[in-house]
Ligand binder design. Sequence first.
Ligand code: ISL
Ligand code: CA
Length: 563
Amino acid sequence: MTNDWWKNETAYQIWPKSFMDSNGDGIGDIRGITSKLDYLKDLGIGILWISPFYPSPLADEGYDISDYYGIDPRFGTMEDFDELISEASKRSIHIVIDMVLNHCSDEHPWFRKACEDPDGPYGKYFYIMDREGDRLPSNLRSYFGGPVWEPLPGHPDKVYLHLFHKKQPDLNWENPELRAEIYKMMNWWLDKGVSGFRMDAIINIKKVLPFHDYPADRDDGLASVQQMLTEQTGILDFFREMKREVFDKHDTFTVSELFNYKPEDLPALIGTDGGCFSSIFDFSTELCGKSPDGWYHAKPFLTADEYRESVFNSQKAIGEKGFFSNIIENHDEPRGVSHYIRQDLWGARSKAAKKALAGTYFLLRGIPFIYQGQEIGMENISIPSIAQVDDVETLNEYRTALAAGLSEDEALQAVAPFSRDNVRVPMRWTEAPDCGFTTGTPWTPLYASPENNVEDELQDPDSVLNFYKKLIRLRGNEEYWDVLTNGEFLAYNEGQSNIISYFRWNGICTLLIMANFQPECQNIELPDEGKHYEVILTNGAPLHIYGNTATLLGWQFAVVQVR
Ligand code: ISL
Ligand code: CA
């Protein structure tokens, strides 16, 4: 029997390097996280997903792991981590860790041994191929640019596969010994007391073999990995085995990062009856407005109508088959308030607009995730020069933009709205130059506006922070938790531009969620005249309802109970 204890929780993602520094070296750490557990408890968080803290050369900020059983000394010690688990548990907070299983670091002993002896057992942990002259085994383009093949160190006649950075060699999941090693490691963390995993880039673990070329989709003559994933079959076998060998042995919460899954696989992936994972992220809105050419061709922000269409399609597709995890940002995406609110509209950066977006995504069916700083309305940063950029993906997209003919300045302007650095700057605990994040000098020269900070927002009853608290309390409220957790999602009034409205309904209770994503007020016709409407939450001013017409002020958000 699986116990879905996680269904009604609110999750919070921590990117440890920038959350809180406990020892003044300018780098966030585990003890910093522990020191903020009371803050997170007060916010109402039940699940903490922590991005990688394992030993890593940081070629991709920790998503390149050189020891799956350790803690990077920059972030602390295993004792610190054990203390975090036990302090979190005292506060009923579940720790979920990041499992990066598609690849490890090229500095992991497995890869080192594979380089020493490619024909030995560790050679089979990776995809190592003989090179036939100049021909590579396939023309796939790495997610971070260039071919996915790289000469194997010490063996110029061989190449190895890396779908991401060349310092992230792909693990060979076809090898049962590798899989057994991975399951052992996952069980070790569960035995230690973590409650679950966020599964990184997990769709990529199944390759289409034998490797072959695909039609080139850019001038570089290479083809996107997506083309291979479209042909992929058999990944569910790996997931089912993982569930059997790991998840089923504990009461594990798992949330997977799965772009490009096949819609018909949803029940097998997250079906309430026997799905492999507890949940997967709904990335529909993140994909909306993107371009196969790269960031320089993508839309810097979406309109409310684009956002609604995208997220409603997902909600309709999942129905009650399972639970998506809903986000407006994470460590790979820009700030939600800078991306999902039309920045050219008056009031787009107001507290009301930010709260309208918060309420809209938060009450969808699924598990709401908050990324550090989102709860205080942190915005994209300004990036004065490419030299200050840390993120490998941004640097690659910048090169792609230059190759497409943009000037240096244009290229920077084009990639800045998507840079992962936007969300990887220190958490704004205070308005001070050190952000209240460190007593030393922050590890990055980039920083977010002092305007949105925890210290001020805790004092201000109308802050974005206090609105998130209200949303979390509402989802936990005795009267509404069931409708907001298990209740159906029903789209409402889809034709009205800049309005996003939907019902949550469980047969007993009906809630109507409405938001106006524009500065002008708008009338919304409510269903069934004669019903009684009770406003249970707004993002500021009271909501006016006359007869069956609700008048939403500019950027107004409201939750109304229909009786
Ligand atoms: O497939 C994608 C989009 O269609 C990619 O965005 C990809 O799935 C995504 O970049 C994977 O991200 C995760 O793995 C990366 C790491 O850099 C990211 O931070 C992580 O979230 C490699 O481990
Ligand atoms: Ca530190």
